[in-house]
Design a protein around this ligand. Structure first.
Ligand code: G6P
Length: 373
């Protein structure tokens, strides 16, 4: 298996470095000659897609955070409600499901029992289920009405990395396709976003090439920290949740991810002298108010002694001024920013685990796919 690692010290290291190709490969083959989105592998009639009036994403762990990211984009583009539910909570609350509800089951392995039981329940209620899955022929796509495969390649490390990016891309392709068939966006708007998506692998590569040293230095400095808080807003919120999950999964650090706006409603009470707080900063173009609010969150935790780490767009003068450390990422549209913002957080968790001498690929108590309820 040293050979399978292809020279990388761990599968996780190898797989994080496959983030760019996971995004590129998941975009491949999804367009017709005219450049319109053609999800040929999804055998659901256009007519049926046009009738969909609600989406419910069911998933667990990292896949559920990909679903949360997708909610922001799909609601904005398609103007239908998107709910995201942890698969194990779903059927016990008697969810409202009709034949016009599309349930999207997101799973890397395709074998997570909680997710499988949720989709069975949805189909029993007459809803259609579309799987977003990384594993050909696994149980979840086999039992779904349709499947959109992510092409991240096999993921071996227990903590999911490249599959998360591929899941976001696949969910975005679904959203853009729905916008196309429902006519909620102009064809050239869709094309513009597709063009921006195609530019993301190079931006992810830039983060890997130019920020890894900075992340490692921060990991060395913070490896003794008792706890970490992660804050984000809008699509940065699920990214904060994912960053917190990665660090607790493999470095066994007590972490919590919060919506940045919630800070004053509780989490700020946790901030202590020297405790690290990671903040996902939205770009300053276009959404100034959001950017400024997140920056003032940094000021608030810093005033209470926190050691602040910002993930911010290259050249953001406020991030530079207020944060103790900045992990930079290239400029990109807000809705696509999770694809770059999550990368330094994946590296941070891996570096922290390595520095602590832990098994990066096989953390204690966890399984790659949980095939029991
Ligand atoms: C386990 C893994 C996580 C993963 C989750 C969902 O808890 O340790 O990394 O996110 O299952 O797995 P799935 O295969 O359904 O995406």
């Amino acid at each position: 298996s040293e050979v399978e690692k292809g020279g990388w010290p761990s599968f996780m290291d190898k797989e994080i470095h496959e983030d760019p190709s996971a995004v590129a490969d998941t975009l491949l083959g999804r367009f017709d000659a005219k450049g319109d989105i053609a999800l040929d592998e999804v055998h659901i009639d256009e007519e049926v897609f046009r009738s969909i009036d609600k989406i419910i994403v069911v998933a667990c762990g990292t896949a559920s955070y990909a679903g949360m990211v997708a909610k922001y984009a799909i609601e904005h583009w398609v103007r239908i409600p998107v709910e995201v539910e942890l698969a194990h909570e779903f059927r016990y609350r008697d969810p409202i499901l009709t034949h016009r509800t599309l349930v999207v089951a997101i799973s890397q392995s395709g074998e997570t029992m909680d997710t499988l039981m949720a989709l069975r329940h949805a189909r029993e209620q007459g809803s259609r289920v579309l799987a977003i899955c990384n594993t050909q022929g696994s149980s979840i796509p086999r039992e779904s009405d349709a499947v959109l495969y992510t092409h991240a390649g096999p993921e071996i490390a227990v903590a999911s990395t490249k599959a998360f990016l591929a899941q976001i891309v696949a969910a975005y392709m679904l959203g853009l396709y729905l916008a196309q068939v429902k006519g909620t966006m102009f064809a050239d708007e869709i094309r513009q976003i597709v063009g921006q998506l195609k530019a993301m692998p190079a931006k992810i590569q830039w983060v890997l090439d130019h920020q890894a040293d900075q992340v490692e230095q921060a990991a060395r400095r913070l490896s003794g920290a008792r706890s970490f808080l992660f804050l984000g807003r809008h699509v940065g919120y699920p990214v904060a949740m994912e960053g917190a999950l990665k660090l607790k999964e493999i470095a066994y650090t007590f972490t919590e991810g919060f919506a940045a706006g919630e800070l004053k409603h509780g989490p700020i009470a946790l901030v202590e002298e020297g405790e690290p707080v990671v903040v996902i900063v939205p770009s300053s173009h276009g959404r100034d108010t959001l950017h400024n609010k997140v920056i003032s969150g940094i000021e608030e935790v810093k005033a209470r002694g926190a050691f602040t780490i910002a993930v911010a767009e290259e050249g953001d003068p406020d991030a530079e001024r207020y944060a103790d450390v900045v992990f930079w990422r290239p400029a990109c549209p807000t809705l696509l920013s999770p694809l770059v913002d999550v990368v330094p957080l994946q590296l941070l968790a891996m570096d922290m685990a390595q520095i602590k001498g832990l098994d990066v690929d096989k953390p204690r108590n966890l399984a790659k796919s949980v095939t029991v309820e």
